[in-house]
Design a protein around this ligand. Structure first.
Ligand SMILES: *Cc1c(COP(=O)(O)O)cnc(C)c1O
Length: 384
């Protein structure tokens, strides 16, 4: 395998962000403090939510949200099998049972009709995942949730900056989780956030974030702060450091510009590949704004070169790709739960069979996109 010429993903960090992290290092205060608080306020303003809790991952945001809703043994939570394992792992961690609803082929997002069919008297919540940054059909999902009295937690790991019918992702479900992992649209190295309009939820998540300490205890190192604190419940340790938050504040300022750069790259892929007979290009709704976290093409069954070979040959040309996602019910740990077998989610399985995530990041140049597309064409049309 050759050297990587065009990576699959690459963070974009500017000099101001480096300076902000260095300044935080020099300040003598490294963990959660003023930068984390400022990032919470700035994110809330950005996505229009009343409250934001910054956390050390999107996984933590989802886990703490379910825990704060007292979801646990005997409960069911509906999500998609076509996601990163974190989405369903956190359901298992609460003691609840994950229930999968298949996706629609159109955009690889959870199918509201399948959600409706999966609802039982034990269902407590739905976790839709905005695949690649394209918003799920939230009106239909919220309608089902309201009718059955279910909570909705959006996994918006791909969708920071996306709009659903003009509304920012972060203001639609009961809570929304964002990821600031290294390859996401904005990064803090590792990090995440939970957005909600529900003050009680935000307060409980804050307590669960830091061992179950009373809120005042967060300020226990302030001048004049008391050494006394109470542990009110058995919490976790999921806070975001000020070092990470300093980076996140700069990233958020540049988020719209970074997402526009991704959109330009997506448009160039579309223009380049529109007539490629062996590929299905990603679909998106004109009424939404897509954050283009991923650009996922599908190699058709009729292609002379199967998906795995296309990936290998791209790698030989120095082009790194990935696959989003391996359906969760294929994994050993999920198999062991004994609920599913191959064939249970035919649409997710079909979409997975052909999927390739092409390089996509803020600094991907026009030449890079053209190189990827030229390589794809060459590979898909072998001569002789
Ligand atoms: C990246 C990702 C996560 C996990 O995010 P972390 O911040 O790494 O915990 C969750 N869901 C989806 C769909 C993701 O792509």
């Amino acid at each position: 395998m050759g050297e990587i010429r065009i990576p699959f993903a690459k963070p974009s960090i500017d000099e101001d962000e480096i300076a902000a992290v260095v300044e935080t290092l020099r300040s003598g205060w490294l963990t959660t403090a003023s930068n984390a608080k400022a990032l919470e306020q700035e994110l809330a303003a950005y996505c229009g939510a009343k409250y934001v809790n910054v956390l050390n991952s999107c996984t933590a945001a989802m886990h703490l949200c379910l825990a704060a809703w007292d979801i646990g043994p005997g409960d069911e939570v509906i999500t998609t099998p076509y996601t990163f394992s974190a989405t369903a792992n956190v359901i298992v961690h609460t003691g609840a049972t994950p229930v999968f609803a298949d996706i629609r082929e159109w955009d690889a997002n959870i199918d509201p009709e399948m959600v409706e069919r999966a609802v039982t008297p034990r269902t407590k919540a739905i976790i839709p995942v905005h695949f690649a940054g394209e918003p799920c059909q939230m009106d239909a999902i919220m309608e089902i949730a309201r009718r059955h009295n279910l909570k909705v937690l959006e996994d918006a790991a791909h969708a920071v900056g996306s709009l659903y019918r003009g509304r920012p992702i972060g203001t639609i479900g009961d809570a929304t989780a964002f990821s600031f992992y290294a390859n996401k649209n904005m990064t803090t190295g590792e990090g995440g956030a939970l957005a909600t309009d529900d003050e009680a939820l935000s307060d409980r998540v804050r307590m669960l974030t830091l061992h179950g300490m009373t809120r005042d205890a967060w300020n226990r190192y302030d001048a004049g702060g008391s050494w006394r604190y109470d542990i009110q419940e058995f919490g976790f340790k999921d806070n975001l450091t000020d070092l990470a938050a300093a980076l996140g504040r700069g990233q958020l300022r540049r988020l719209d510009a970074m997402n526009e750069a991704r959109t330009r790259a997506a448009q160039r892929y579309f223009a380049n590949l529109a007539d490629e007979e062996h590929l299905v290009l990603p679909r998106f709704s004109e009424e939404n704004r897509q954050a283009w976290h991923l650009f996922v093409v599908r190699v058709k069954d009729s292609s002379p070169v199967p998906r795995d070979d296309v990936i290998r040959q791209l790698a030989e040309r120095g082009i790194q790709t990935s696959v989003h996602f391996i359906p969760l019910h294929y994994f050993t740990a999920y198999q062991r739960l004994g609920h599913w077998q191959k064939g249970d989610f035919p649409v997710a399985e079909k979409v997975f069979e052909g999927a390739i995530s092409l390089p996509m990041y803020q600094d991907l140049s026009d030449t890079d996109v053209d190189d990827v597309c030229a390589a794809l064409r060459e590979i898909l049309h072998p001569t002789g």
